[in-house]
Design a protein around this ligand. Structure first.
Ligand code: NAG
Ligand code: NAG
Ligand code: NAG
Ligand code: NAG
Ligand code: NAG
Ligand code: NAG
Length: 553
């Protein structure tokens, strides 16, 4: 073994002695981050070049499993940037994308409550659904909260907390919550008051307006509206609760296919262009991690509401990566059924269904097979990440390992050299749960994400406390997954952003530097989230151009 490897292993051993346990939800998923203050940085540490041992495909003890030969470039560890918000939409990264959607505050997954203006009671799916809908409570909680499924700009289905849909169940117009999938009887129009958008009427499929009657029942039998006053029994006060989801599903279904196609085509062609790849390469970065959605595999005719064209953009990315000698890490960020409840997995309404059936896993493997097959001959295909941020416990370890095994084989079928990245489960409580499994697969990489912005625990941390936490805790976490015989490790997402109010440029520089020093110990490398962002510190191009981060010093 070469010198750098020995010293790395010593470093790992020391950290292992220091002992670390799991971070679980600390290293949490990205959601909508608040935008804050300013700062700067320097270069990340170089690191160990790994020997190319050709061990058999079974668990190779005492050898670091690297495919032999490794991809042509870049060398390990990579310093990469995530092209977030490009081929998988996240509204907070580029809010204007949603501007052209009519009723854009009523998208799929938006949570609403309806309070009768006359009776001051809320529409309630009693027991969360499965039976009657009533209006006899004056406080709103889960049973009074409905997730929207958008049919068009004015028509919606209302999904109760037990997952059934509200609908007119009988000819008398009584509203029930019994349907497990929505059709016409479960479709309602929301009619908004012209001078107060949250004062609404709800028109059912029988043509009548919904009202709450004195006995507490909710019935679509109200014919003629009067005025928008509280005395009209068909008037409801609509409150939106929780955070609005703004992912690919919301965008495409919000515009509708006809309008979404040109909006997205324009976005794909202009948001990330060849000049970005040129800039990335000239900045000292060596790879890009590109989030994609499962629908890319059925381009140009993906299932509704998705629209075709993202595959052409990925083709372009490979062309530019080859020109500037950048590695590409394809990252399946949104899997069919959604592997977590967030917008970035393109969940329709916050439900997480990925991995719950064999057919779903097989469909996901097909997506990987498609991508690996298409790009296997590109010298820039550096790695395929099988799945981003599956969330425990809904994504079970068992289904995930079955998928990772099949997904790994699908990559290997086409490429002997591409690394295969496997994201740790979020909130599993055991950051080492995949190590033995992945350690038996040549060229496997474990992905861990470190953020201090998504956990309350960091709310009042000072600059120094944040930096100390990176140096002790995240460093210790990384050391527990970076093992001698195990898979390579990748800090596939991090950002120089925190909750420190009004930090200075110098403080940001120190923070970014501290992270690069720690994440530089990851044997596969790291990747910044993201390359462009409406929030400056989340925008690596901005950070580099403004001297907050310097990768060439
Ligand atoms: C990191 O912090 C979390 C939360 O305080 C803790 O549970 C975990 O053990 C720490 N890990 C290390 C390696 O210090
Ligand atoms: C509301 O109606 C439901 C269903 O009829 C009933 O079970 C519940 O006790 C009622 N709640 C109140 C506060 O009256
Ligand atoms: C929306 O859908 C509803 C129910 O299917 C239909 O009655 C209405 O005409 C549609 N509105 C628009 C603008 O397409
Ligand atoms: C974590 O998971 C691994 C693999 O299943 C297991 O061997 C180990 O005991 C687990 N550790 C903890 C702390 O549960
Ligand atoms: C942070 O400080 C605020 C104001 O002092 C306090 O209300 C809050 O509970 C603190 N948060 C945490 C997580 O300690
Ligand atoms: C941060 O700066 C803003 C704007 O200058 C100011 O209003 C705010 O009080 C500052 N916050 C802290 C915690 O210093």
């Amino acid at each position: 073994m070469g010198g750098p490897l020995v010293s790395r292993l010593c470093f790992v051993a020391v950290l292992l002695l220091l002992r670390a346990s799991c971070l679980g939800s600390l290293a949490n998923a990205k959601r909508t981050p608040p935008p804050p203050p300013k700062p700067a940085v320097k270069k990340p540490p170089p690191s160990p070049s790994l020997p190319p041992p050709p061990p058999p495909p079974s668990p190779p003890p005492s050898q670091i499993p690297v495919p032999s030969p490794a991809p042509a470039y870049p060398s390990l560890p990579v310093r990469a940037v995530c092209l977030g918000g490009w081929l998988v939409t996240e509204g907070w990264i580029l809010p204007p994308l949603f501007d052209g959607i009519p009723n854009k505050d009523l998208l799929d997954g938006t949570q609403v409550q309806f309070k009768s203006a006359l009776r001051k009671t809320y529409i309630t799916a009693d027991q969360g659904g499965g039976g009657a809908v009533v209006a006899n409570r004056t406080q709103a909680s889960d049973w009074e909260t409905f997730k929207l499924w958008r049919v068009n700009e004015t028509a919606f289905n209302f999904r109760a907390s037990g997952n059934q849909f509200l609908g007119i169940g009988a000819s008398d117009g009584i509203i029930v919550a019994t349907a497990t999938s929505p059709s016409l009887p479960e479709t309602f129009q929301i009619i908004r008051c012209p001078f107060d958008k949250n004062r609404v009427r709800i028109k059912a499929a029988n043509g009548y307006l919904v009202q709450a009657i004195a006995t507490g029942e909710v019935i679509a039998d109200y014919g003629e509206p009067t005025r928008w006053s509280d005395w009209d029994a068909s008037v409801f006060l609509m409150a939106k609760v929780g955070q609005q989801m703004q992912g690919e599903y919301q965008l495409c279904n919000g515009y509708g296919a006809d309008k979404a196609a040109p909006v997205l085509r324009d976005h794909w062609n202009t948001y990330i262009v060849e000049d970005d790849f040129k800039f990335i390469a000239s900045s000292g970065l060596t790879a890009v991690r590109i989030p994609v959605g499962w629908w890319i595999a059925s381009d140009p005719n993906p299932p509704a509401p998705y629209v075709g064209g993202s595959l052409q953009a990925l083709d372009n990315a490979f062309k530019w990566a080859e020109k500037y000698k950048l590695g590409v890490i394809i990252d399946l960020h949104a899997a069919p059924g959604s592997q977590n409840p967030w917008e970035h997995s393109s969940s329709r309404d916050g439900t997480q269904e990925w991995g719950t059936t064999d057919a779903n896993i097989a469909q996901t493997v097909q997506v990987i097979d498609f991508l690996a097959s298409r790009y296997a001959t590109s010298p820039s295909l550096f790695a395929v990440e099988l799945l981003n941020e599956p969330l425990a416990p809904r994504a079970t370890l068992d289904s995930l390992m079955r998928y990772y095994r099949d997904g790994y084989d699908a990559v290997r079928k086409h490429s002997p050299t591409a690394y295969v990245v496997m994201s740790n489960r979020l909130s599993s409580g055991n950051t080492t749960e995949l190590l033995r499994f992945a350690g038996g697969l040549q060229g496997a990489v474990i992905d861990v994400h470190y953020y201090t912005v998504f956990n309350k625990m960091f709310d009042n941390f000072t600059v120094q406390q944040n930096i100390d936490f990176i140096r002790s805790n995240f460093s210790g976490e990384l050391a527990t997954v970076t093992t001698q015989n195990g898979p390579l490790t990748f800090v596939g997402e991090w950002v120089a952003e925190w909750k420190v109010p009004n930090a200075t440029k110098e403080e940001y520089q120190k923070y970014a530097m501290a992270q690069m020093n720690v994440y530089g110990q990851a044997t596969f490398g790291w990747s910044y989230w993201t390359v462009k962002n409406a929030n400056n510190h989340w925008d690596l191009e901005w950070m580099i151009k403004n001297g907050y981060i310097n990768l060439k010093g």
